[in-house]
Design a protein around this ligand. Structure first.
Ligand SMILES: *Cc1c(COP(=O)(O)O)cnc(C)c1O
Length: 223
């Protein structure tokens, strides 16, 4: 029996493939991070059975609970996509193999210390905020070098790429995706681009996203 969730999973995979082909890229160059925040362990298990391995969570406590409930799924990879609060670094370090939203040297150092304490490693993304709202999370462009340097100096973190959460409007999104790609290219074109959510997946893939973080289009609205 095909459930609604499985049907949406195949729809999202097809959308990624179409967007990649339209951009002249290999479908396999875009990886899906299934953003499961606000949804249950049973739904994650259902997608795992369909072959999905990478799941994204935004809150440390929720990650910890689900990682416990799903510890039997040996190939499951947790990506932490939320803001890194230094007092939650231990919980994040204990479960996540990738952290998408590192926006300060302080957060990088706290995570590194927690990874050393748990004898683990993680890959890291610098999250960049191109919006006008200073209160939003994400490093401003001018702060990127210090965050990047802190990751480079960390013993247990490896820089994997750049991430952004674009503003709500289409033009702002276009500019943010384009600028993030320029920043990545100027650093190292082999690094990844974590950008694109349910509503802007196609646009992100057109601009070179290698990881798309999709929640609503897969699991439906969050309660
Ligand atoms: C929740 C979240 C997503 C998924 O958003 P959808 O619109 O549900 O696809 C992606 N990235 C981050 C950082 C998020 O917090």
């Amino acid at each position: 029996m095909t459930t609604e969730l499985v049907r949406r999973f195949h729809d999202v995979k097809a959308s990624i493939e179409r967007a990649a082909l339209a951009a002249g890229r290999e479908a396999s160059s875009v990886k899906l991070v299934a953003v499961s925040k606000g949804h249950g362990a049973s739904e994650i298990r259902e997608l795992y059975m369909q072959g999905q391995r990478v799941f994204g969570e935004s809150y440390a406590q929720e990650l910890e609970r689900k990682a416990g409930e799903l510890r039997d799924l040996e190939e499951l990879e947790w990506h932490f996509i939320g803001h890194v609060q230094t007092n939650k670094a231990k919980v994040i370090a204990a479960h996540a193999s990738a952290v998408h939203a590192i926006d300060s040297a302080r957060a990088a150092r706290a995570l590194d210390a927690a990874l050393r304490a748990t004898d683990r490693h993680a890959v890291a993304f610098v999250s960049v905020n191109f919006g006008l709202d200073e209160k939003e999370h994400g490093a401003r462009e001018a702060q990127i070098p210090e965050v990047r340097d802190a990751i480079a100096l960390a013993e247990r973190l490896t820089l994997r790429g750049y991430m952004t959460l674009p503003p709500d409007d289409v033009e702002g999104t276009e500019r943010a995706f384009q600028r993030l790609r320029e920043i990545r290219d100027a650093d190292d074109p082999a690094l990844e681009l974590s950008m694109g959510m349910s509503h802007d997946l196609e646009r992100a893939v057109a601009h070179g996203a290698t990881l798309v973080r999709i929640g609503t289009a897969l699991f439906g609205a969050r309660s």
